[in-house]
Ligand binder design. Structure first.
Ligand code: ZN
Length: 278
């Protein structure tokens, strides 16, 4: 019996350590932790408006809520000529959590503040308007979003348009100092040649009018990554059917497996055959 107790105690200690590790080590950088349960109003908004959350298992929904809660406790959302409602907050937090949900480390270290405008806003120092923007220069560390576009992004969960996911993918992309369509933290140690090859092929198809990916993706590699990520998170099954090689690559990035090449050896041998697949 004594041995059985030891076994139970060791098991409990390991469980406690894993809990501590998940909360303190993986999330280091975010100092504020929830000290109360996830509000039921927030859960209701997720359940009604966010398809990604609706499709998760019960335990994954809890994890999604925990991450959204931590995000909201640490990243201020400032209204610019508009009130920030619970719906605004939760939809923005959902868009922040979706891209990093399957990543082991998910601290958006390069984001300090989100500014929410009622509708399209002026891009600083230009005469252009935007629905979403990742700041640079004096606006470094800030994200700007249109409230109207945030809500539209979650209104139709299968149109592959979601400005919040789009901008958070830019933030992830920019974490290595370069917004270049390559997520440094998961791709630094891998050969990115097959990924760049996919980008070029897909952009060519879009320009020839033979693609279900929207044409904004041809602007540059950073926009390509953001646009196809919206597609991947909103319509994974459709992407799997229509763009299998692209789906596999994105799936490898967003279901992070550290210290492993994101392309299987088979894919790497068959780089030349991607053409046939998509
Ligand atoms: Zn963009």
């Amino acid at each position: 019996m004594e041995n059985a107790w030891e076994f139970i105690l060791i098991g409990a200690a390991i469980g406690l350590f894993i809990g501590y590790y998940r909360r303190r080590v993986i999330n280091k950088g975010y100092k504020n932790e929830p000290d109360r349960p996830f509000p039921s109003l927030w859960r209701q908004i997720l359940a009604e408006r966010v398809q990604f959350y609706q499709k998760l298992s019960g335990s994954d929904q809890k994890e999604f809520e925990r991450k959204a809660h931590i995000f909201l406790l640490n990243v201020p959302i400032i209204g610019k000529g508009t009130e920030v409602t619970h719906e605004d907050k939760i939809l923005i937090a959902a868009g922040a959590v979706i891209p990093i949900f399957r990543m082991s480390r998910w601290h958006y270290s390069n984001l300090e503040e989100i500014q929410l405008f009622p509708d399209q806003f002026n891009i600083p120092n230009t005469d252009k308007m935007a629905n979403g923007l990742v700041g640079w220069g004096a606006m470094e560390g800030k994200m700007m979003l249109s409230k109207k576009a945030v809500h539209l992004g979650f209104a139709d969960n299968e149109d592959n348009l979601n400005v919040v996911i789009h901008e958070f993918v830019h933030i992830l992309d920019k974490q290595d100092g370069k917004m270049d369509g390559i997520i440094g933290k998961v791709m630094d140690e891998v050969d990115v040649t097959p990924w760049v090859h996919i980008i070029e092929k897909k952009k060519k198809q879009i320009m020839e009018g033979e693609s279900s990916i929207r044409s904004y993706g041809t602007s540059n590699n950073a926009e390509f990554l953001a646009v196809v990520s919206e597609f991947y998170f909103e319509s994974p099954e459709r992407m799997k059917t229509e763009h299998p090689a692209l789906f596999n690559a994105l799936d490898s990035f967003y279901n992070e497996k550290p210290k492993r090449n994101v392309f299987s050896s088979r894919d790497r041998r068959n780089v030349g055959s991607y053409k046939k697949e998509y």
